[in-house]
Ligand binder design. Structure first.
Ligand code: FPP
Length: 252
């Protein structure tokens, strides 16, 4: 990560930012280019954003790389996206490890091409000792599927005769995001305003920022602007008092 800060972190910044990286296709279309070029530029934007996040006080970034619904795209586009993951891990994993980044991949491993499943396992194992920054990549991920899998874990425990209760803590512990700090801010680019099955449970008290910028144009300035919007929000968690969860204080 660069030594030169690109922007100043506001006093009330989010600890955990989740990004729906939308608009790669439109970015390419507007330039008369193939969608694959938009996705490739999207990876560059992801690199810029990962670098900027800790400089803006963010400790955890979760990005939506490929959803359980993205399998319905044409085979060549699916193949392009898989290829980008291979290339990204191949070119960036050592640098991320050296920068103290822990990589976690959210989502189902079943259904992934074998080599991608192996790449995912390698990225997680190689960075498991890091604790400076957490990068969660949602890949073959769907919020509903993740909740269903967490419920299945509880059913398995019941079948095994274990003593347990079904409550928010137990269900949350079975989600692929268990252990990460609470999501403070969800950003979606490209002007669309929906969650599209991303972090359904975790979004409960997250602030949302929707930005017009298309994902391939994203970077430090856009992230700083989203964080500035977050810093103006007042979070009450259903109560009357404003709760300051900036940089992890009093997060529930
Ligand atoms: C949405 O744009 C973006 C995606 C479906 C994929 C996001 C992937 C990347 C940024 C790169 C690969 C990721 C990793 C983790 C290396 P869209 O195609 O839906 O755009 P559109 O709505 O304009 O068509």
């Amino acid at each position: 990560m660069s030594a030169e800060p690109v922007a100043t972190a506001p006093a009330k910044g989010p600890r955990h930012v989740a990004l729906i990286m939308d608009g790669n296709g439109r970015w390419a279309q507007r330039r008369g280019l193939p969608r694959a070029v938009g996705h490739r530029e999207g990876v560059q934007a992801l690199r810029r954003t990962i670098k900027a996040a800790p400089e803006l006080g963010v400790q955890c970034l979760t990005v939506f790389g490929f959803s359980t619904e993205n399998w319905s795209r044409p085979a060549d586009e699916v193949s392009d996206l898989m290829g980008l993951v291979r290339a990204f891990v191949g070119s960036d994993l050592n640098r991320l490890e050296a920068a103290g980044v822990r990589v976690k991949v959210l989502g189902r491993r079943t259904g992934l091409p074998e080599d991608i499943a192996a790449i995912v396992a390698r990225a997680e194992a190689q960075t498991a000792h890091n604790d400076k920054f957490l990068l969660q990549v949602a890949f073959n991920y769907g919020g509903r599927a993740d909740l269903a899998d967490a419920a299945q874990l509880l059913v398995d425990r019941a079948r095994a005769g274990e003593d347990f209760i079904v409550d928010e803590e137990a269900l949350g512990a079975g989600l692929s995001t268990a252990g990460a700090p609470p999501v403070d801010l969800i950003v979606r680019t490209s002007g669309e305003q929906r969650l599209s099955n991303f972090l359904l449970w975790e979004a409960a008290y997250a602030e949302m920022v929707f930005q017009e910028i298309l994902w391939p144009d994203y970077g430090p300035e856009a992230l700083a602007e989203a964080i500035a919007q977050f810093a103006c929000r007042q979070r009450r968690y259903g109560g009357r008092e404003v709760i300051d969860t900036a940089y992890g204080e009093a997060a529930v």
